[in-house]
Design a protein around this ligand. Structure first.
Ligand code: AMP
Ligand code: MG
Length: 356
């Protein structure tokens, strides 16, 4: 398939280019577009065949539902049923923005978009290109992240091109995404509301607005916790191809770098502060930014996974961050992408024996 690639100015989207993209959506095609979280791969959420094509293109398991994107509060009623005052109040607070709400679906939403579930994930993105595209299409747009399944989510148009060029009808180049991690997902069909995925909008901020939400224990727990290296989670996510080891605590991390680099070249994914303490031998250093600005680190995380795969290092080692604010989402993505999570000298030793 020939993929049309067009640049659109995110600050002031050109109307004629938006119309071209919208025509593809209306005709049942697929368009990759930027949002403030990551790039999305969109299709008409009312069109079963169009949504099925998203699954084929991404090689996404058929039971992993999509997020449906809307551009107005009016459109919310086209996709969700039983939207009362309580939900409207939350929606008005969070939208447009990086929060996805799980609600009861309408019949109009096709089964492919929700993977057969009676609930639908809905979000109004805060990105001019995304909003204009939905508006011009005249339909809600179902869009998971615009990467191949299991690959890191795309935060730059180059990532989308790497994964989807030749497989989708159009890719919109709208520059780098603002947050670099996916939306926060809240299940609003349960009381209290339940956090399903930490994301760009922090839990602290949500609780300030709508009171307490339930955070399932172990939401950030890696299945390979410690180093009992088992087959991955149900859906391994966000992962680089090379083995990535997460090591907790700066002293242990520096020790891990030293020991593992004695056995071959490794890539080190860390903050500027940690990088300044590394002795550079046999190391490929991928800086994530300053610890003073965890948003910057989140923004670079998925790119750093793709950079790791481009190095000639045998494996990657990544530091951990406090699970506060955006750090909860950051650590969620790091644990899910990691082959092992190391917390002690003993675990580090066991790991070394395992991988050498
Ligand atoms: P992605 O856009 O690729 O990050 O994937 C969308 C995420 O939303 C997936 O992790 C889904 O499991 C989640 N999701 C979508 N619809 C629902 C739903 N009805 N109930 C629970 N989770 C959902
Ligand atoms: Mg995804």
């Amino acid at each position: 398939m020939m993929t049309e690639i067009i640049a659109i100015n995110p600050a002031n989207p050109q109307a004629d280019r938006i119309r071209r993209a919208a025509r593809i959506i209306k005709q049942g095609g697929t368009v990759a577009f930027p949002t403030e979280t990551v790039y999305g791969l969109g299709a008409n959420a009312f069109d079963q065949r169009a949504c099925e094509s998203i699954f084929k293109i991404k090689k996404r398991p058929a039971d992993n539902p999509l997020i449906v994107h809307i551009c107005s509060m009016k459109q919310l009623h086209d996709v969700a049923e039983g939207v009362g005052e309580e939900i409207l109040k939350s929606a008005r607070l969070f939208w447009p923005g990086p929060v996805t709400l799980i609600l009861k679906k309408t019949d109009a939403i096709c089964d492919a978009a929700t993977a057969g579930l009676k609930t639908v994930a809905v979000r109004m993105p805060a990105h001019p290109i995304a909003l204009k595209l939905i508006e011009a299409s005249g339909v809600p747009i179902a869009a998971p992240s615009a990467n191949l399944s299991t690959k890191p989510s795309p935060t730059k148009v180059d990532h989308v091109l790497q994964d989807l060029d030749g497989k989708v009808d159009m890719i919109i180049d709208g520059g780098d995404t603002e947050f670099g991690v996916e939306s926060t997902i809240i299940d609003m069909t349960k009381r209290p509301f339940v956090l399903l995925r930490p994301g760009a909008f922090t839990v602290e901020e949500i609780e300030k607005h709508i009171g307490g939400i339930r955070i399932p224990k172990g939401i950030n727990k890696q299945l390979n916790s410690g180093i009992a290296i088992a087959p991955g989670m149900k859906y391994r996510h966000y992962a680089p191809k090379k083995k990535l080891i997460a090591v907790e605590g700066r002293a242990l991390f520096l020790n891990g770098v030293k020991n593992l680099s004695e056995q071959g070249k490794i890539a080190v994914l860390c903050s500027n502060e940690t990088a300044d303490r590394l002795e550079c031998k046999n190391l490929e250093i991928i800086r994530l930014g300053s610890e003073k600005n965890p948003y910057e680190i989140a923004k670079r995380l998925f790119d750093s996974f793709r950079l790791l795969d481009k190095t000639d290092a045998g494996m990657g080692i990544i530091q951990t961050f406090p699970e506060r604010g955006i750090g909860l989402a950051l650590m969620n993505r790091i644990t899910k992408a990691s082959y092992a999570y190391v917390r002690s000298e003993a675990e580090l030793k066991r790991l070394q024996n395992l991988i050498t």
